[in-house]
Design a protein around this ligand. Sequence first.
Ligand SMILES: *[C@@H]1O[C@H](CO)[C@@H](O)[C@H](O)[C@H]1NC(C)=O
Ligand SMILES: *[C@@H]1O[C@H](CO)[C@@H](O)[C@H](O)[C@H]1NC(C)=O
Ligand SMILES: *[C@@H]1O[C@H](CO)[C@@H](O)[C@H](O)[C@H]1NC(C)=O
Ligand SMILES: *[C@@H]1O[C@H](CO)[C@@H](O)[C@H](O)[C@H]1NC(C)=O
Ligand SMILES: *[C@@H]1O[C@H](CO)[C@@H](O)[C@H](O)[C@H]1NC(C)=O
Length: 171
Amino acid sequence: MLTSPRLLPFFLLLCAAVSLFPVSATDHIVGANRGWNPGINYTLWANNHTFYVGDLISFRYQKNQYNVFEVNQTGYDNCTIEGASGNWSSGKDFIPLDKAQRYYFICGNGQCFNGMKVTILVHPLPPPPSSPLAMEHNSPSSATPWVGSRQWGFRALLISLAMILLGSHWI
Ligand SMILES: *[C@@H]1O[C@H](CO)[C@@H](O)[C@H](O)[C@H]1NC(C)=O
Ligand SMILES: *[C@@H]1O[C@H](CO)[C@@H](O)[C@H](O)[C@H]1NC(C)=O
Ligand SMILES: *[C@@H]1O[C@H](CO)[C@@H](O)[C@H](O)[C@H]1NC(C)=O
Ligand SMILES: *[C@@H]1O[C@H](CO)[C@@H](O)[C@H](O)[C@H]1NC(C)=O
Ligand SMILES: *[C@@H]1O[C@H](CO)[C@@H](O)[C@H](O)[C@H]1NC(C)=O
């Protein structure tokens, strides 16, 4: 625990940092348990998710049967992979969403026409609503070290006084 009140601002800063920047990267599995396959409306899937920078999108499918291409809007609308900015084919592809932008992914072997296309909008910041609550929640508990350290300080003072007195006796 804290032994010096001088550490308190540091402790509070740490609490604030932890509550403001929760390290919770979400892995959005495309199609959930249905995976990346033809005949699924991925617009419905995407509408049911909120994407933030730092999250992952992952595609799960039969390797060698399907694949994933990152394209632009033209590629998404027309099911074409010309000028694709990325391609994956491991069957279990984790793609980091590191920019706040709209992403377009399609299957590159013709199955795009059977619905294997998904577009998502990645938002810039993690959701903030938990931080003010967390701060409020932290303040009563972080006030305790004050009392604790003050009591400790007082006891330490008494002990050192006692030791000085005893010491002076012994000398
Ligand atoms: C998928 O669902 C969306 C939202 O209901 C709809 O607008 C769209 O036409 C559907 N796409 C297909 C290919 O059925
Ligand atoms: C939306 O997400 C919820 C919870 O993750 C799930 O129960 C529901 O089935 C999803 N709906 C669709 C249309 O994917
Ligand atoms: C691609 O789709 C757009 C509409 O999004 C259309 O205007 C254009 O003609 C298409 N291009 C090709 C090469 O099919
Ligand atoms: C998408 O990329 C293709 C090929 O590089 C290009 O011709 C097209 O103009 C691009 N479309 C958009 C909307 O940027
Ligand atoms: C797939 O990506 C690699 C680089 O990662 C590139 O060399 C290759 O040409 C791409 N394939 C297609 C079909 O675009």
